[in-house]
Design a protein. Structure first.
Length: 103
C-alpha cells in the first residue's frame, strides 16, 4: 500500500488537494504544516488525524493558481529533509565538541 495517496473525490483543481499519509500523524503533520504555511504561494495548509484508531493523516494544501499542490507538498518534504539533516549535523558536531573538551 502506498504511503501517500490523494483523497478520493477531491476537486479537480491542481492547486488544491488533500493527501492521505499512511502510518503518520501529528509529528509529521505539525512540522510539515508549519513549513508549508510560510510559502507565499500557499493560501491554506492544514492537517487532521481523522480517528485515533486509524493510523493515517489527511493533509490539505490550497495554493495559488500558479502552482500545483503536489509541487508544494514535494517542496515542503524536501525542505523538511534539509532541516533534519542540518539539525543532525549540528547535534553531532556539538556532541563531538563536548567529547573533545571532556577528554
Amino acid at each position: 500500500m502506498p504511503k501517500i495517496a490523494e483523497l478520493a473525490g477531491d476537486e479537480q483543481s491542481e492547486c488544491s488537494r488533500t493527501f492521505v499519509f499512511e502510518d503518520e500523524g501529528h509529528t509529521l503533520g505539525n512540522v510539515l504544516k508549519t513549513i508549508i504555511c510560510k510559502y507565499p504561494d500557499v493560501n491554506f495548509c492544514g492537517y487532521t488525524v481523522p480517528h485515533p484508531a486509524e493510523n493515517k493523516m489527511h493533509f490539505r494544501i490550497q495554493a495559488t493558481k500558479s502552482v500545483r499542490a503536489i509541487d508544494v507538498l514535494l517542496r515542503g518534504l524536501q525542505d523538511l529533509e534539509r532541516l533534519c539533516d542540518h539539525m543532525m549535523e549540528t547535534f553531532e558536531g556539538a556532541v563531538a565538541s563536548h567529547h573533545r573538551g571532556s577528554a
